[in-house]
Design a protein around this ligand. Structure first.
Ligand SMILES: Cc1ncc(COP(=O)(O)O)c(C=O)c1O
Length: 373
């Protein structure tokens, strides 16, 4: 790939996206699952439009996401919503756009599950109370969780007027052990109701491309479909878009600070906020473990902790060098901000080496955000 003319820039690798699509198509063909793209990972409409012919719909978590998905979907496609945040004044509009709504609590179910919205397939998000994440910030089943109805409290009465169940319990899993264990528990405790239901949504959280053997997944979906006549949905986000975007930046200053080489980039952790949020050192393409030149890559904002980390290079880093952060497709651009007044990166697509600019932001966007006339 040649460098985009604008720096910093997000570059969408169409080939990587195509590979995600092909894998999900294959899993769908072999298992019979239905695939939704969870737009919270990256709600960029060119991506939604590229995905649209290949998915059964989109999964959303708010009114705005629902509105954006609704602008893109075909009539026959679904929009599934689950969120702890449904507002009373939104439910009518949501039910005009969403085909499926999974209520996050019994209270929400009671308040919003009404025959008034009969075009919507109403479901319940279940918390299976099985934790797999070591960091509780990523664990929807953590103690005192706000996500879903405790599986131990659900009875026939709660299922009576709903048509589906939703679970989402893991983050970036590279095997299906947690899914199998969770479905075992779900079948043991709620299996008697499954034949009353039409669908089961297994959420996202699995990095399908990083999983070598899919037979367990395929078998599980087939069993759920055959035994209970359920439609089974998955709603991956990161597995679809995670490895398809890179952030390409440029070194704009270099100096020594307390005997370390500091390279200032024309980007910042505000363009990749999870670096700071989770204190994670992101991968870059240009470093080399064998390199003798240690360089601290930092962002260009006033925040002292706007630091990407220290990397080894084969050569000294100099002004004008390119630094590429790969695999930043999920939860990066969507969380980016313009702290310090630094612009958002432009967005390009890379189609077999041909770069096209899809979106560029400028002062007018910044001004529109902040100025009150
Ligand atoms: C309910 C729900 N579904 C799907 C997803 C997508 O998960 P991932 O991007 O890890 O596949 C999330 C992510 O937080 C979620 O909360």
């Amino acid at each position: 790939m040649s460098n985009p003319p604008t720096s910093p820039a997000f570059v969408i690798d169409r080939q990587a996206l195509q590979e995600s699509i092909e894998l999900l198509n294959d899993l769908r063909a072999r298992s019979g699952c239905r695939v939704l793209y969870s737009i919270k990972a990256l709600p960029f409409t060119p991506v939604l439009k590229w995905l649209k012919p290949h998915v059964d719909g989109f999964s959303v978590s708010s009114l705005f996401e629902a509105q954006l998905a609704f602008e893109v979907v075909d009539k026959k496609q679904s929009i599934h919503l689950t969120t702890p945040g449904i507002r009373p004044d939104e439910i009518t509009q949501l039910s005009q756009m969403c085909s499926h709504i999974s209520f996050n609590s019994l209270n929400q179910r009671q308040t919003f599950c009404s025959t008034e919205h009969e075009a919507v397939s109403m479901g319940l998000r279940v918390n299976p109370k099985l934790s797999f994440a070591s960091d509780e910030r990523f664990d929807p089943c953590r103690l005192h969780s706000k996500l879903g109805v405790d599986i131990n409290t659900i009875d026939a009465q709660h299922i009576a007027d709903i048509t589906g169940l939703h679970i989402h319990t893991v983050f970036s899993q590279c095997d299906y052990a947690s899914l199998l264990q969770t479905l075992d528990k779900l079948q043991q405790q709620l299996g008697e109701f499954f034949t009353q239901l039409q669908w089961l949504n297994l959420g996202g959280g699995y990095l399908f491309k990083d999983i070598k053997e899919h037979q367990d997944f395929i078998q599980l979906i087939r069993t759920l479909r055959q035994k209970y006549a359920l439609e089974v949905y998955i709603e991956p986000g990161k597995a679809v878009i995670g490895d398809a975007l890179s952030l390409v930046a440029t070194v704009i200053d270099c100096f020594i600070s307390d005997a370390k080489t500091i390279a200032v980039l024309d980007t910042s952790v505000n363009h990749n906020p999870e670096v700071f949020e989770y204190q994670r050192q992101p991968e870059i393409l240009e470093s080399n473990d064998l390199g003798a030149h240690q360089v601290m890559l930092v962002g260009s904002t006033c925040l002292a902790g706007d630091v990407f980390g220290e990397y080894p290079f084969m050569h000294t880093v100099k002004i004008g060098d390119t630094i590429t952060f790969p695999k930043v497709g999920a939860y990066t651009l969507v969380k980016a901000n313009r702290f310090n007044g630094y612009n958002y990166p432009a967005i390009y697509s890379d189609d077999a080496g041909i770069l096209s600019c899809l979106k560029r932001y400028d002062y007018a966007d910044y001004r529109q955000h902040w100025l009150v006339d």
